[in-house]
Write a protein that binds this ligand. Structure first.
Ligand SMILES: [Zn+2]
Ligand SMILES: [Zn+2]
Length: 307
């Protein structure tokens, strides 16, 4: 009992633990299964196993920076500022219990409920143990169905595709299959039309029912050619200053369409190149016809054709 208690950090009455015939109860079996699954990820920081397990459940890996009171992985312990001067109820150097010391920390997969001052670790430990990078590498290399938050390091293979139920025909649909409408502000698009019956959701009007079910689609940003184009672009930008740098964008209307743009004060946007990963087509902006050979060549090498 004692060792199992220690191992799984649970307290259960003995009769729960062992049935009369000596077999383990379902309850225990579940805990063992969960623990085995967690251990199977094999990270040396237990919290990383927990994060991956949770990500598999919710289909996402996200993180945010937050102020934390202590870190389990270094000497940043919960503490308080001291009074700089003596006062009526305290002496100089006494701890001020109203003023906890906060450290810069990180919390993975924070849900709707956020506990103030609590995170997974401090930023220093996160960097030192390369926690973010190792979680991302693990998810990609094991091909786990998890959407990884957009980041500077490496883009995930999958995007979570929420399932909704049509208010008209009651059929389930994937968000990626819904037709798109322009937002009221005109600055983007939102999924609106049912792929089966065509019923459209209206802002402040009828809406397709949200569920907590989801599927996955391939993340076009993880395509080799997209990764390579971005590398080429940052190489190009290294030698340029301010205005002369080129920008990389993903279309707000279609996640499969990417473009490289020139953005100058004098002439606004100028398209250098636009390409679409699912149709494998690309277009070169007319002022760039002979000026972006290396970008063109890269796409041609990946089976693209020029439009
Ligand atoms: Zn730390
Ligand atoms: Zn419908």
């Amino acid at each position: 009992m004692r060792s199992i208690e220690k191992l799984f950090k649970v307290e259960l009455p003995l009769e729960e633990l062992l049935k009369l015939d000596g077999s383990v109860s379902d309850n225990i079996q579940n805990i063992i299964n969960e623990a085995k699954k967690e251990a199977s990820y094999g990270f040396n920081l237990p919290v990383m196993n927990e994060i991956i397990k949770q990500s598999e459940k919710i289909g996402k890996l996200t993180w945010s920076h937050k102020q934390i009171k202590s870190c389990d992985y270094c000497d940043k312990k919960s503490d308080y500022y001291t009074y700089p001067r003596s006062g009526k109820y305290h002496r100089k150097g006494d701890k001020n219990w109203n003023k906890p010391i906060y450290y810069s920390g990180i919390k993975f997969n924070e849900g709707f409920v956020s506990i103030q001052g609590h995170g997974d670790m401090c930023l220093g430990c996160c960097d030192r143990h390369k926690v973010k990078e190792r979680l991302i590498d693990y998810i990609i290399e094991k091909d786990l169905k998890i959407q990884i938050m957009r980041n500077e390091y490496r883009q995930g293979t999958y995007l979570k595709d929420d399932i909704r139920i049509c208010f008209n025909c009651d059929e389930e649909m994937l968000e990626s299959q819904m037709s798109k409408e322009r937002t009221m502000m005109g600055n983007g698009f939102y999924p609106s039309g049912c792929p089966k019956c065509g019923s459209k959701s209206i802002p402040f009007g009828r809406n397709h029912k949200v569920t907590n079910k989801f599927g996955f689609i391939k993340n076009p940003e993880s395509c080799v050619e997209v990764v390579k184009i971005k590398e080429l672009l940052s190489e190009y930008n290294k030698e340029k200053l301010g205005d002369d740098r080129l920008n990389f964008n993903q279309s707000s209307q279609s996640i499969n369409t990417f473009s490289i743009k020139e953005e100058k004060w004098s002439n606004g946007y100028k398209e250098v190149l636009q390409f679409t990963t699912n149709s494998k087509k690309f277009v070169v902006g007319h002022t760039y016809k002979d000026k972006c050979e290396n970008f063109k060549q890269l796409l041609l090498n990946h089976g693209y054709t020029e439009n």
